[in-house]
Design a protein around this ligand. Structure first.
Ligand SMILES: Cc1cc2nc3c(=O)[nH]c(=O)nc-3n(C[C@H](O)[C@H](O)[C@H](O)COP(=O)(O)O)c2cc1C
Length: 161
């Protein structure tokens, strides 16, 4: 698939088939994701693979759409607020790379922000100075929703002299 088509056809998936995801494939997409831009090559992303006990404690309303895999992407602390923001930006680039690498082979994901809530951070054992980019349910989509329309880009652009 062309990159533009890959980007445009990726959707947030809310319900997954039971088919498992091979760990080698998962690692392959994550490795590809690590080519994301990141300042000073500090590679600020870290991952938690969520096992069944931890997943149950999260009490997610749909159990992540029954996704066979749930993982968290964390962003490492920075020495300053500026560096912390940079790390979050780089880790979000990592996340998007990962979503696209998985999507290319028909695997979808659900990005949930609830991992950042204080009680869930505690369940996940996230150190205080780390940011939680998201919790991701990953698997083969049960169904793929239509794309939500986007705002025409020209209305988002200011041309400076
Ligand atoms: C930082 C971030 C947090 C998100 N958190 C949630 C969430 O908690 N629950 C949810 O249903 N979707 C969440 N989403 C997914 C968005 O709802 C979704 O990307 C948006 O509706 C556009 O749909 P699409 O991804 O299919 O294009 C999140 C996306 C991002 C980037």
């Amino acid at each position: 698939m062309k990159t533009i088509d890959l980007i445009k056809t990726r959707r947030s998936i809310k319900q997954f088939k039971a088919d498992s995801i091979h760990e080698d494939d998962l690692l392959n997409w994550l490795e590809a994701a690590s080519y994301a831009p990141n300042h000073r090559m500090n590679e600020p992303w870290e991952l938690l693979f969520i096992g069944p006990d931890t997943r149950a404690k999260l009490k997610h309303k749909t159990n992540f759409g029954s996704a066979p895999v749930v993982l968290a992407i964390l962003s490492k602390p920075g020495a300053t607020a500026f560096e912390r923001d940079e790390n979050v930006m780089a880790a979000a680039c990592f996340a998007q790379n990962f979503l696209l690498a998985a999507h290319e082979v028909g695997v979808g994901a659900y990005w949930a922000s609830l991992g950042a809530l204080p009680h869930n951070r505690e369940i996940l054992g996230v150190p205080q100075d780390y940011d939680v980019i998201g919790l991701f349910g990953i698997g083969y989509p049960e169904e793929v929703p239509n794309a939500k329309p986007r705002t025409p880009m020209k209305s988002k652009i200011t041309y400076l002299s």
